[in-house]
Each structure stands twice: as structure tokens, then as C-alpha cells.
Ligand binder design. Structure first.
Ligand code: ADP
Ligand code: MG
Length: 236
């Protein structure tokens, strides 16, 4: 059984690295685990949106991605699909701690991301948690130690980094900055810098934004490594 799982994992890894995105239009065309594929299918996500079609294959291959696409274009699945897949292919377990961190500007948006994660992650065994404040710090602190995927707001995350004993992100594989333009507009630049300074340099970073501003490209320059730029704005 063990051997067969390893063979399947190696086959999937090969399919990801050799994947050619040309003319691929469906989630079913992507090299995904059956867990993610089944959940996407049950949730009636069949056709890829433009940003998903361009960003997911690169992110699956481990590249850093800077994605710009307007609101409503499907950015959430563009990053959550690779988060689940990449941790799975690394055989991430409970013992490995926080493997992916998704930072969102507001509690409401973080909650929406978490709901989508619960839906498309339901056939995986990862533990996921929402860290957005609004409840006792101690309750979040206890739960954080068991989380593999953390969806959070910047202020609350930094509060935990400062106050939660034993919390470390040294195993972190993936950082997602969603709505980066809005995070910066809300005055979280210093908070983000402090958060990122607590994360391992060796990681994959996906940065999504509705607009391409100077402050977003400054942030990208500091937080991404040789990123692939993916933009689906109507104007080139
Ligand atoms: P964004 O973050 O770019 O504003 P969302 O990820 O919130 O966009 O997605 C916007 C809407 O589109 C959501 O209702 C979502 O369920 C839907 N959606 C996303 N991807 C797909 C898809 N591939 N097929 C159908 N609907 C999708
Ligand atoms: Mg969004």
C-alpha cells in the first residue's frame, strides 16, 4: 500500500512538472489529486477562469506568482487549489505544523476564503483554521498549534506572532497575500513587513491583487522570488 501511494505521488509530481497549459480549459485537465478534483466537481467548478488557467499551473510547479485580476475573476480558487495540492504532494501532516498562510485584508474576506477552503478541501485531511480575532486570543492560540493551513487578517496574525508562545512558522511552505492592494490601502504595510520578517525565506509566495499599483509592485519586489506575472486585465 505504502509503495503504491509513493508511486502515485511520484506520478502526480511528474505530471505537474511536465504539465503543458496550452489549450487546457477545465479543472479536469489539470494534474490534481482526486481529493481536490472530486470536491471541485461536486461544487460545480468545471471550467477554469482566465486567472485560474494562467496561475494554477505555475503555482503547482512551485513558482512564485504575482496575479492581477479584477474582483469576481476567481482568484480564491487560483490560490487555494495550489495550496492544497502542493501541501499534499509534500505529504504534509498534522505533525508538520503550519504549511500555508493566507493573509486577507478583512475578517469578512478571510471568512469567505475559509468557507471556500472548507468546501474544496473537504476530502483532504489537513487541519485549517481562521485567525481573525473576534474571539478570545487563548482559544485561537490553542487551535493554532494544530493548524496546517491558516487563513488570517494581518493584525491578528502579528498579535499571535508576538504573543503566542511556541508558535513558529519555520516549516512554512506557502504564503498567500490576497487582495494585496487593499491590505496596503488599509495601512498594513508595516504589519506585513513584520509578519514576513518572521517567515522563512525559502518558501513559495502567491500575491494576488485587483489592481497593479506602485505599492503592490514594491511589496512584490520584497516578498517574491523571480515571480511569474499573470494579469488578465482587458487592457494589456
Ligand atoms: P475574486 O477573488 O477574484 O474576486 P472569487 O474567487 O471570490 O473572485 O470568485 C468570484 C465568484 O466566482 C465566486 O462566486 C466563485 O464561486 C465563482 N467562481 C470562481 N471560480 C469559478 C469557476 N472556475 N467556475 C465557476 N465559478 C467560479
Ligand atoms: Mg478575492
Amino acid at each position: 500500500k505504502r509503495k503504491r501511494d509513493e508511486d502515485e505521488l511520484a506520478k502526480l509530481e511528474k505530471a505537474v512538472q511536465e504539465f503543458d497549459p496550452a489549450n487546457k480549459k477545465l479543472f479536469a485537465d489539470l494534474p490534481l489529486t482526486r481529493q481536490t478534483a472530486a470536491a471541485l466537481d461536486k461544487s460545480h467548478f468545471k471550467e477554469l477562469t482566465d486567472i485560474q488557467r494562467k496561475a494554477i499551473p505555475l503555482a503547482l510547479k512551485g513558482r512564485d506568482v504575482l496575479g492581477a485580476a479584477k474582483t469576481g475573476s476567481g482568484k480564491t480558487l487560483a490560490f487555494l487549489t495550489p495550496v492544497l495540492e502542493n501541501l499534499y504532494r509534500k505529504q504534509w501532516t498534522d505533525m508538520d505544523g503550519v504549511g500555508a498562510l493566507v493573509i486577507s485584508p478583512t475578517r469578512e474576506l478571510a471568512t469567505q476564503i475559509f468557507e471556500v477552503l472548507r468546501k474544496i478541501g473537504r476530502e483532504h485531511t489537513f487541519s485549517a483554521g481562521l485567525v481573525i480575532g473576534g474571539k478570545k486570543l487563548q482559544d485561537e492560540q490553542a487551535a493554532l498549534h494544530r493548524m496546517n493551513i491558516v487563513v488570517c487578517t494581518p493584525g491578528r496574525l502579528l498579535q499571535h506572532m508576538d504573543q503566542t508562545v511556541g508558535l513558529n512558522f519555520e516549516n512554512l511552505q506557502m504564503l498567500v497575500l490576497d487582495e494585496a492592494d487593499r491590505i496596503l490601502d488599509m495601512g498594513f504595510k508595516a504589519t506585513l513587513d513584520a509578519i514576513i520578517s518572521n517567515l522563512p525565506r525559502e518558501r513559495q509566495t502567491l500575491l494576488f491583487s485587483a489592481t497593479q499599483t506602485k505599492s503592490v509592485s514594491d511589496l512584490a519586489r520584497l516578498s517574491l522570488k523571480e515571480p511569474e506575472y499573470v494579469s488578465v486585465h482587458e487592457t494589456a
